[in-house]
Structure formats: C-alpha cells, structure tokens
Design a binder for this molecule. Structure first.
Ligand code: PMP
Length: 360
C-alpha cells in the first residue's frame, strides 16, 4: 500500500494516523461489537462521542461559552441560505464581500432572502487581490456582513478580520478553518464544510453567537434553523454519524500535534516554501497580490499551457496527487491543508524544479 501526497482541494487528504485508527476501530468500536456507524445517534456511546468532539473543537479554537457549536449537514452551500434565513428576521439587508467564486455563490443564494449590498467587489482585478483593511464601511441597513476569508479557487486569503462594529460578521471558513488560531469573539457566525480541514464530506460546522439564534424568518426550514438544531444538540434528524466520528478523530490528532499555533507555524512554512519556489522561477507564476496569498490553496500556472497535461502526468508518477487547477483559473493548484506534511511540499517543489529543468 502506498499513500501519495494528496493536494486535492476537497474532499482533501486526511491525516494518515486518523485513517489508521478508523481502520483499526472499523468492525468493533469501543468493544460494542459493531462499528460506530451502526449505532443509534441517540444512544449513550454516540452522544459521548459527539460531546467529546465538540469539547475538543472548543478547546482547539478557544470558542467562548456564549457560542453554540452545531454539527450540521448540507455543506457550506446550505449555509449560504441558512445565514440570511436566520439573520434577516430584523433587518432585511446584508453586506456581502465579493472576492471570488465562493462569495459569488453565497451572494446569489442570499439574494433570494433579502437585499444584498455587494461590497469589496474584486471582479475587476480577476480576484487577484482583496480590499485593504479599513477600506470598506458597513451599510446602515445591514443585518450582518458576510465574507469568505479564504477563496479556495483563487487562492486569496484575508490577512485581517474586517471590522464591523456591532454588526455581526459572518465568515465562510470552509477552506481555512483550523489552519491558525483566530479570535472567535470578532465573529457572529463561522461556518465550514468539513471536507478540507475537518474530516470527510457530509458534515458542516457552524459556530454561532447565541444571541443570533432565535430570529429566523418564519419560512426557515427546521433543518436550516439554528434554533431547532441547537435545541436538539444538532440532532433534529439523523446526523452524519461517521463523518462526526472522523472529525472527532481529526480534532484529537490536532491536539496531539500541539494545537492550532503549531499547525499555523507548519502551514506558514509550507506556504513560504511553495511561493518562494514559484517566485524565484521564471517558469511558474502565481498572480495573487503577495499580501493576500492563501496559506491553504496555492494556484500556479506554467509558462507554457501546452505542458500542463505532461506536468500532471509526471507529477502523479512522482507520487503527487490532484494538482490540477480549478477550471475557472486554469493551471495547477496545490491545496496544502493541515494533513499535508512539510515533506509533501518539499517533494512538490523538488518535482517542480526538475520539471522546469527538463522542460522549461
Ligand atoms: N465555500 C468555500 C470557501 C469552499 O471552498 C467550498 C467548497 N469548495 C464551498 C463553500 C462549498 O462547500 P460545500 O460543497 O460543502 O457546499
């Protein structure tokens, strides 16, 4: 058996020790004579697992007591609807930063539920930079401000948290949650699909300040209503129990690594290694303003697009998986989430140098 260095944007690589543990526990979890995915979510063993996963996430992210943590379904895309449905009960408008494909999708969905003020529109720059800190003001009628701290496709990441005063800030952290410590108290809501830095697809984490729960629009489906989910410990219906279990194993693994400041340090070193390899070559290029380059998703192009297919073929042979870029941007993309070890990025930059030497 061999595991390749997997640069997939999501579903993404999981830490090998997590998969090994899941494998060892597959048939008989905790001496119960069945796998964890064959148990009732309402029984004591699974409830204990769910509580531990939440406690570990709270510890890792230093989540204050006045925030609820919800383990939901439907991906970040369902949150594109949930957020306005839950927050537009009092004011029927919101500010949305437009900084790439994922914020575009969030805006399109939110428009069904209220008036959307598009702010920080970066489309004229082809999403290669972000608004500078302090340059965007909150609209008077905004119930909340929504932004995408890391645009997974364009490889753009905010280096600051927008200041919104008393207006709740909502962040789609799908592709950078758990990559570094953050001050949760600056946010009203943080949400993330699990399939990058949390666990397998199927689970969606929502961290919501408690005073924002309970004001949903009347038509809000119960599954999307933070109140009904919080009242039912995220078990309004049958939750994705196996994804929840694996996320719990990832949280334990992150704690064993030393927590998020240790991960942030490794992530920064991985990103520096890759960006400096790109910048010092005349063959590879990344168009993003260096102040806003993503630590998690690194798109890059080759000087000659006719070499793209060969690069992908040979990188795969060299043990580097899933480097094909998103079609909107083209070229390559290396997603280097927590589960990507430093050695994986070293292997990538070595391959890139050799490819340039032979084909550049
Ligand atoms: N937001 C961001 C920033 C993403 O990267 C993604 C998935 N790539 C999504 C939203 C959509 O997530 P999901 O598939 O969980 O709905």
């Amino acid at each position: 058996m061999s595991r390749l260095f997997n640069f997939s944007a999501g579903p993404a690589a999981l830490p090998t020790p997590v998969l090994e543990r899941a494998q060892a526990e597959m048939l008989d979890w905790q001496n119960l004579g069945c796998s964890v995915m064959e148990l009732s979510h309402r029984g004591k063993p699974f409830m204990a697992l769910a509580q531990k996963a939440e406690a570990d996430l709270r510890e890792l992210m230093s989540i204050p007591d006045n925030y609820s943590v919800l383990f939901l379904q439907g991906g970040a895309s369902s949150q594109f609807a949930s957020v306005p449905l839950n927050l537009m009960g009092q004011k029927q408008a919101a500010d949305y930063y437009y900084t790439g494909t994922w914020s575009r999708k969030a805006i399109a969905e939110a428009k069904r539920y209220g008036e959307i003020n598009v702010v920080g529109d970066m489309s004229a720059n082809n999403f290669t930079t972000l608004p500078d800190q302090g340059s965007i003001f909150v609209s008077d009628n905004a119930a909340f401000v929504h932004y995408t701290p890391n645009e997974t496709i364009h490889g753009l990441e905010f280096s600051y948290v927008p200041e919104t005063g008393d207006v709740p800030l909502v962040a789609d952290m799908s592709s950078n949650i758990l990559s570094q410590p953050i001050d949760i108290s600056k946010f009203g809501i943080i949400y993330a699909g699990a399939q990058k830095n949390i666990g397998p697809a199927g689970l969606t984490i929502v961290i919501v300040r408690e005073d924002l729960i309970g004001h949903a629009l009347p038509q809000t489906p119960a599954m999307l209503n933070y109140q009904s989910q919080a009242d039912n410990d995220s078990m309004y219906n049958t939750p994705p129990t196996y994804s929840w279990y694996l996320a719990g194993l990832v949280f334990e693994w992150l704690k064993e690594q030393g927590g998020l400041s240790v991960m942030a340090d490794i992530n920064q070193r991985k990103a520096n290694l890759l960006y400096s390899a790109i910048d010092k070559s005349g063959f590879y290029a990344n168009p993003v303003n260096s102040a806003y380059r993503s630590i998690m998703n690194v798109p890059f192009t080759l000087a000659d697009t006719r070499l793209d297919a060969l690069f992908l073929e040979q990188s795969h042979e060299a043990g580097l998986l899933a480097l094909k870029g998103h079609k909107e941007v083209g070229g390559m993309r290396a997603s280097i989430y927590n589960a990507m070890p430093y050695e994986g990025v070293e292997a990538l930059v070595d391959f890139m140098a050799e490819f340039e030497r032979t084909h550049g």
